[in-house]
Design a protein around this ligand. Structure first.
Ligand code: 1CP
Length: 334
């Protein structure tokens, strides 16, 4: 995995999956029956155990810490809750320029010390040969949750603030970018070998708006970490943003399934590693279909160094575990 990040030759393509530890796993659902999601994130030995058990069961080539994009917002003053069945809810969303002012600067990372304890506990239990991935939400995706108060399809409150109040928008994005930057560096300090910046919802933007309203802030979020460790820069939904994602930064660029991997890699440039890009919905098909499409993604990479196999987005909760195992066995068999 580390060599693939650096575009060096590898014996076989490394593989891990976004959301590899989650609701599709019966063991995870069993733990969640007893412990709330935030409580799990805040209990380092349990959070580490969830990921270590997953890595052992799947045989993947990397672990990602068990946490979420949104806990960073709590010490910044956002009233966050993971409501059962609803996903994240923020009870005091930011809607105006004045609201932006009440988002507190993340002056100290102490309130997030449980996350760094999760990094340490996971690293301590992980095979020394496997990298541990730390992560943060990208400024746009974090801003989207802060402004909408939860998930959204069209992100209209978010775009409305961006277009109507550009100065407040850039102020908000700058606060989030600096917080994400410090958070990623602290995860590296605690023992993460790689970090990933998730811009899960940036694909709702046009390239011009991405360049103007987002790119400089994503660059700020990644720059300090990139001096220390490989950074995976991931977004979904809009392949025409790929050259801009690469321009913003990232040792590795995450690719979703809406574009063929070969075309995406050409757009990003072959001097950059890529991660992706099987449609996670394919894991709802039969095993033979999973195998064929996994091989098709590998064929798109043409054996070039610098490909990390992953899904184009996270594993869906409805996914049969045996299909995940089939995918991993197929990549490892090549
Ligand atoms: O009910 C539950 O148990 C909670 C489900 C769950 C889980 C397992 C959430 C709520 N977060 C997570 C863990 C998580 N989230 C990880 C840990 C590693 C793993 O599962 O293997 C990671 C890396 C994330 C990152 C994350 N959280 C992203 C980026 C990846 C992506 O899918 O785009 C996003 C967008 C979130 C927000 C979030 N947290 C949880 C949910 C259901 C969501 C998505 C809400 C939405 O659709 O906007």
């Amino acid at each position: 995995m580390m060599r693939a990040c650096r575009l060096e030759a590898v014996e076989r393509t490394p593989v891990w999956l976004m959301r590899q530890a989650g609701r599709y796993l019966p063991e995870y659902r069993e733990i969640r029956g007893r412990v709330g999601f935030m409580e799990l994130c805040k209990t380092p030995h349990l959070a580490a155990e969830v990921m270590l058990a997953t890595v052992a069961r799947l045989g993947v080539d990397a672990a990602i810490i068990f946490s979420d994009l949104l806990p960073i917002l709590e010490p910044m003053g956002m009233d966050l809750e993971f409501a059962a069945g609803e996903g994240p809810v923020i009870h005091n969303p930011i809607r105006t320029a004045a609201d932006v002012q009440r988002l507190r600067e993340l002056v100290s990372l102490d309130p997030l010390s449980y996350v760094f304890d999760v990094v340490r506990a996971t690293r301590a239990g992980l095979d020394p040969g496997l990298p541990l991935i730390g992560f943060a939400g990208a400024p746009f995706t974090l801003a989207g949750y802060c402004i909408e108060g939860g998930t959204s399809k069209a992100w209209l409150h978010t775009k409305s603030l961006m277009y109507r109040e550009p100065a407040a928008w850039h102020d908000l994005m700058d606060r989030l970018a600096r917080a994400a930057s410090a958070y990623l560096v602290a995860q590296i300090d605690a023992g993460a070998q790689i970090v990933q910046l998730f811009d899960s919802w940036a694909g709702c933007l046009s390239p011009d708006d991405y360049r103007r309203f987002v790119l400089p802030h994503s660059r700020t979020a990644m720059a300090a970490a990139a001096a220390r460790a490989p950074v995976i820069h991931f977004a979904t939904g809009n392949p025409s943003l790929l050259p801009l994602l690469a321009e913003a930064g990232g040792t590795v660029i995450g690719i979703d399934w809406r574009i063929a991997l070969a075309d995406a890699w050409r757009m990003v440039g072959h001097d950059r590693a890529v991660q992706g890009n099987l449609d996670p919905a394919l894991l709802l098909a039969d095993r033979d279909t999973v195998r064929r499409h996994t091989l098709a993604v590998l064929a798109q990479a043409e054996g070039r160094p610098g490909h990390i196999f992953n899904l184009g987005h996270g594993v869906h909760p409805q996914t049969p575990v045996e299909n995940v195992l089939e995918l991993i066995a197929t990549v490892k068999g090549c």
